[in-house]
Design a protein around this ligand. Sequence first.
Ligand code: SF4
Ligand code: FE
Length: 483
Amino acid sequence: MGMMTAEQYEESLRRLNLKVYMFGERLENVVDHPIIRPSMNAVAKTYELAHQPEYEDLMTARSHLSGRKINRFTHIHQSPEDLVKKSKMGRLLGRETGCCFQRCVGMDALNALSIVTFDIDAKYGTSYNRRFLKYLEFVQEKDFTCDGAMTDPKGDRSLPPHQQTDPDLYLHVVAENSDGIVVRGAKAHQTGAVNSHEIIVMPTLALRKEDEDYAVSFALPSDAQGIVYIVGRQPGDTRRMEGGDIDQGNSFFGGHEALVVFDDVFVPWDRVFMYKEYDFAGQLVETFAAYHRQSYACKVGVGDVLIGAAQTIAEFNRVERASHIKDKIVEMNHLNETLFCGCLACASEGRQEPSGTYLVDTLLANVHKHNVTRFPYEIARLVQDIAGGLMVTLASEKDFKSETPGKWLKKYLKANPQVDTEHRIRILRLIENLTLGNAAVGYLTESMHGAGSPQAQRIMIARKVNMPEKQKAARKLCGIDPK
Ligand code: SF4
Ligand code: FE
């Protein structure tokens, strides 16, 4: 089959038999649940845009395996140009959806595994890369969305996996036979998990010999026997169940995260891409993290939406000519475009790995993600400053639409006489959604912790900078060392 359309994607999800829990109950119909559906719509956008001629160059690529046109989310980067297009695709989709569109994690897992399976084989003579490429061909052929599952619950952070009181706090292998392995554990904060066809599991940290049962990477259908999803709450989630659309801010798109439990799940050998090669766990984590830190190009697109909202509410309030408002909007743009510089720079400085895959410049990818842990917060602060307090004191859509409160609200919330009061309310609700509501999970907290918390990037920055080169330059110029 060729690339799926958005409609085919939705239908393909209906065929899955996922075991999903929310509010204490198993969901009968995941796709149409009002809390899940906006997140499904966001992933569907990655399918829809791939069929639009104006986005073909960004959204599609030629498979290096089959030569066929595929969705870029299933592509293995073959050049720095591919990496640059990936960054631009992230910005585009962030702008189109105003939220996390979830599909990047699987793309980043596929690319990381294309590199690391090759390197494991080179050292140990294993055949992981061949297995992986067969799997990749299947994903490309089906145009599947993959959940990239890395983060374990981690239990006591001061102890390695094998010393935890409960050994399942890191996902591990509990049995093996001639057909495959059995795994137990969980993966936390899984973005887009219930909108995915496949789950690709990777270890969460560098490991030692004692933890070799935890050094495992594999892929499974998302509805494999023994996999359970528990969907996490997000601010404003139940507004999705109230009917109406204004109070949601962005009623069509959103994100979701889930805890994914692996309750003794069988994995056939042809789906296992690492097992016991503990010395490669760290490389897999770092490679995936570098790609995923680049993926935070998505926040630039969401930043575009927020800046557009800031300008709009300024005009609706008739303050757009005030010099401090103009200056704040310039500052927001400066921060947002600085983020764009980072995700483009790490892409264009990408280099080819022995497997043939192009990897981003890991120092620059970490610098980019580190900026992402800060700048969206400042952009959000500025837009809240411009929006004013009404954003959080606004009455409900139902009040606006009922007779007595509606009459007073329309009278007293009028600002610019040229602007419909409902439009003023809609833009304020969008800003609320992006800075305090459902989308703030993606724009703020995920910017902080997704793809690794700030300290993880600082460690990588310290490790990757070429300090001797800098010292040499300084010592030479001041005359310590001969020229
Ligand atoms: Fe993709 Fe951004 Fe969501 Fe991560 S946070 S999955 S990079 S859209
Ligand atoms: Fe993320």
